[in-house]
Design a binder for this molecule. Structure first.
Ligand SMILES: Cc1ncc(C[n+]2csc(CCOP(=O)(O)OP(=O)(O)O)c2C)c(N)n1
Length: 629
């Protein structure tokens, strides 16, 4: 029965209604588990169609998650999901079904695992490739502290996340330490976009050769079960197996890293999964179970368009079409303007190349890829590599632009410092999703970039107030021959026209948008527009305001700042105020500056406008803070 047909059935006697925690599913038969999987999918589709969210990956992992909770003694046994965007079934089965309608909403449950939300979520996660290292740490702590506890530790990793170097650091160390952990590798041939890289070719090769694999595991089991330990036959069999390693043996890479490899298995076959997992859990040492799933499984529109349904806005269930949001859908985003402008610049300069770490759509580089397939490098979920790779490209005369979300650039801090800034190489960082991102929450807010990039020598840092300025900043960065970062938000652009404003970007030059005598607001990037709004509110109350569009975080326009005649100076930024842009102004002027920005906290999920309002970064909020100060 398709999900659409199932929706038409009345909702009585749902198995799901009686599942309050994983212990409840351990009483069910395999047939009932299959029914439960359908009900979970239905629940997910209904909720995500209203809230938006990571649907395709979560649909693909339903049977895996049921199997894990069925075979493990959770929460005593630990499951760590890599990234954590595939965990909706886990949330539904671990007591959060009743709150599932609030998914990703302000005050509701998070779209990612959250250690604050549930004892079943060991860690709060959202960035990829961390699960194996986290699992190994837990296993080592278990063995050192209380070996008698023997709880089990399972890391669930997707094939996309395995392209991150950190995942290999975890595998390498696990093989060396020989700890009891199970890694479940969930392959679906997709990251967000189709998977890239030699490793993904290798995994696909395994998937397409199941016969070899069955032969390999069955030979070993067959001999072991029939001959005594130490017998000649066993030695011969193992020699034979060694000999086979010269051929293509599925999973050999993992075996050589010290893991027992099992699979590939159909990740939607509950009978097979539960049977296999129960057996594998009995075996000590590092193990890797390889399963194959379909992204979007069970909801035909997500199966057909897994990239669109990776992270989807609200949609119509019957057609899969996004729910129309008048006004919002027609406006251009910063991301779209960036993508379009880069194509235009690349037309006239063949040295321009673009790099993404597995996010061509999200960063707006998908269109660039279509226009210049040879000049777009999707390096996999590997931000550190992306930055070093860009440094190499720049060293030999190209003009690389790394388009990346603010939160994920955190991972490449050292590479920006050492490989780019220290060498003064002209790599450009197009930092998307800077500031509040909204529903993805704590792990995804791009609020730290100003503070962490401001301390890197030789790096120019800019933020445009609108779309036109983003284009101008890109042109400037391309001609500047120095490392440069441009940060912009997850937002639709509004154009800001002020008489006398200068369209030209000059290194370290701010612009004064309006002049008043009482106070001055020095605003950065997308905070310029609300600051102009705040100035209007204040002027109605008789306070005359200067508004400066800072444009540069580094170098700061100190000369202009020194000429400000106002009695009070306020800075406004959509990043953490401590160590951020306002701090830079304060350091430069050596005076007391009122810094408006975000608190030094991990900011939870909720709509972007709700969060901006909460933290006083709207016109009204800025005006109020100024009056209060
Ligand atoms: C460090 C980092 N970079 C980028 C992302 C964005 N991201 C979230 S999920 C995802 C794809 C993960 O692919 P895979 O592990 O294969 O899981 P699937 O969605 O296919 O189930 C990416 C690139 C991230 N979460 N972390």
């Amino acid at each position: 029965m398709t999900l659409q047909q199932r929706r038409k059935k009345p909702k009585n006697n749902m198995l799901l209604d009686n599942i309050n925690n994983p212990a409840d599913i351990r009483k069910l038969s395999i047939e009932q588990l299959t029914t439960l999987a359908g009900e979970i999918r239905q629940r997910m589709v209904e909720v995500v169609s209203k809230t938006g969210g990571h649907l395709a990956s979560s649909l693909g992992a339903v049977e895996l998650i049921i199997t894990l909770h069925y075979c493990l003694d959770t929460p005593r046994d630990k499951i760590i999901f890599d990234v954590g965007h595939q965990t909706y079934a886990h949330k539904i089965l671990t007591g959060r079904n009743k709150d599932f309608d609030t998914l990703r909403q302000y005050g509701g449950i998070s779209g990612f695992p959250s250690h604050i939300e549930s004892e079943y979520d060991c860690f709060t996660t959202g960035h990829s490739s961390t699960a194996i290292s986290l699992a190994l740490g837990l296993a080592c702590a278990r063995d050192l502290k209380s070996p008698e506890e023997r709880f089990k530790v399972v890391a669930v990793v997707g094939d996309g996340s395995l392209s991150g170097g950190l995942a290999f650091e975890g595998l390498n160390n696990t093989g060396h330490l020989n700890k009891d952990i199970l890694v479940i590798l969930n392959t679906n041939e997709l990251s967000i976009a189709p998977n890239v890289g030699a490793l993904s070719v290798y995994l696909n090769k395994i998937i397409s050769l199941p016969v070899y694999n069955r032969f390999h595991t069955s030979l070993e089991n067959f001999v072991k079960s029939r001959v005594p330990k130490g017998s000649r036959l066993l030695k011969l069999a193992s020699k034979f197996e060694e000999g086979l390693k010269g051929l293509f043996i599925p999973g050999m890479l993992f075996e050589e890293l010290g893991f027992r490899y099992f699979g590939p298995l159909d990740g939607h076959n509950l009978a097979l999964l539960t049977h296999t997992l129960k057996n594998i859990l009995q075996i000590p040492g590092p193990r890797l179970l390889h399963i194959v799933t379909k992204k979007g499984q069970g909801y035909e529109h997500a199966e057909n368009e897994p990239v669109r349904f990776h992270g989807t806005p609200p949609f119509e269930i019957e057609t899969g079409a996004p729910k129309s949001r008048p006004g919002v859908d027609t406006a251009l985003t910063y991301t779209a303007i960036f993508g379009k402008k880069l194509i235009e610049l690349a037309q006239n300069d063949k040295r321009i190349v673009a790099i993404t770490a597995a996010m061509p759509e999200g960063t707006g580089l998908d269109k660039f890829a279509a226009a210049y397939p040879d000049r777009l490098f999707d390096v996999g979920i590997a931000e550190e590599h992306a930055v070093c790779f860009a440094a190499g490209l720049a060293k030999d005369g190209l003009k690389p632009i790394v388009a990346v979300y603010s939160t994920f650039l955190q991972r490449a801090y050292d590479e920006i410092m050492e490989c780019v800034a220290l060498q003064k190489l002209p790599v450009i960082f197009a930092i998307d999703r800077a500031g509040i991102v909204g529903e993805d929450g704590v792990t995804h807010q791009g609020v730290f970039d100003i503070a962490y990039l401001r301390s890197i020598p030789n790096l120019v840092m800019m933020a445009p107030k609108d779309g036109v300025e983003l284009e101008k900043m890109l042109e400037f960065a391309m001609s500047a021959d120095m490392p440069a970062a441009i940060r912009y938000p997850k937002e639709k652009v509004q154009s800001i026209e002020y008489p006398g404003q200068s369209k030209k970007i000059e290194l370290g030059k701010a612009e004064v948008l309006k002049t008043g005598k009482d106070i001055a607001i020095v605003a950065l990037g997308c905070m310029v527009l609300p600051s102009l709004g705040a100035a209007e509110i204040l002027e109605k109350e008789g306070i005359s305001v200067t508004v400066v569009n800072a444009r540069f975080v580094r170098p700061l326009d100190i000369d202009l700042l020194r000429t400000l005649k106002a009695k009070f100076i306020f800075t406004v930024e959509d990043g953490v105020a401590e160590g951020g842009f306002g701090s830079a102004v304060q350091e430069a002027l050596g005076e007391h500056i009122h810094r408006l920005g975000l608190p030094l906290q991990f900011i939870a999920h909720g709509k972007r406008d709700i969060l901006l309002e909460k933290y006083g970064l709207t016109s009204q909020g800025i005006a109020k803070s100024i009056k209060d100060a």
